[in-house]
Design a protein around this ligand. Structure first.
Ligand SMILES: [Fe+2]
Ligand SMILES: [Fe+2]
Length: 228
């Protein structure tokens, strides 16, 4: 049994090493191993940003559940989370994709239709966020219905949007972007992130989202775990 486990571990280790290019460093293509390491960095940061949006979507879903049940939302929860979407997701993450990622696909003639649709979705998302902020405190029934519709559209659009970027766009970069370009992209990304997060680091941003989750009683992960 132990030998089975250890051989399975060896297999996983081997698979992991191949995936990260470590094994390839043992053969003449050393530069390829280095390239693999550098390539994963921009994608990791972009996916880390997506993590924040995933949590904001959970916040929206909880807000939706309460609004539809006719319950009051804790003060500021919806407005503050929509403001983080506007500032961080749209003003920084999406902007970076539009200025630094999508044009590389366009100039390489790769995945044109997908990239166009992702751009259209960024624009649609910005319109939805403005509408959500406008109606976050809407008292009339009409405004509440519009708010519900816009939040549902936001959640429905952004889940497949992120999934497509994570499984197609980010991994595809390695297929046509040179090592030098990737390093340049990394520098731009670092500069862009530093500029945006100058006053508050990533951890503080996550803290802000966690505070909203706490207000909505969805912070504790254990509540989402089914009995084993
Ligand atoms: Fe995007
Ligand atoms: Fe993204």
């Amino acid at each position: 049994m132990l030998s089975k486990i250890s051989s399975r571990r060896d297999l996983l280790k081997t698979a992991g090493a191949v995936a990260t290019g470590i094994i390839l460093s043992a053969v003449p293509g050393v530069s390829f191993a280095v390239k693999e390491k550098a390539e994963t960095i921009p994608a990791e940061i972009l996916m880390r940003d997506h993590g924040v949006l995933h949590r904001l979507i959970l916040v929206f879903e909880e807000c939706l559940r309460r609004i539809e049940a006719g319950k009051e939302l804790p003060n500021g929860t919806l407005g503050n989370s929509a403001e983080i979407v506007r500032r961080f997701v749209e003003g920084y993450h999406n902007k970076f994709e539009e200025e630094e990622l999508f044009p590389r696909f366009e100039s390489a003639g790769k995945l044109g239709d997908l990239v166009k649709m992702l751009f259209v979705q960024h624009q649609a998302g910005r319109r939805l966020t403005i509408a959500i902020l406008d109606n976050a405190n809407g008292a009339s029934d009409e405004r509440k219905q519009r708010l519900i519709r816009n939040m549902r559209e936001f959640v429905r659009m952004y889940q497949p949007h992120m999934a497509r970027e994570e499984t197609v766009i980010f991994p595809s970069l390695r297929m046509f972007v040179s090592q030098r370009e990737l390093e340049d992209l990394q520098k731009r990304f670092d500069a862009s992130e530093q500029e945006f997060l100058a006053r508050q680091g990533y951890a503080k941003l996550v803290d802000q989202v966690a505070k909203i989750e706490k207000q909505l009683s969805i912070l504790e992960l254990s509540q989402f775990t089914p009995p084993v």
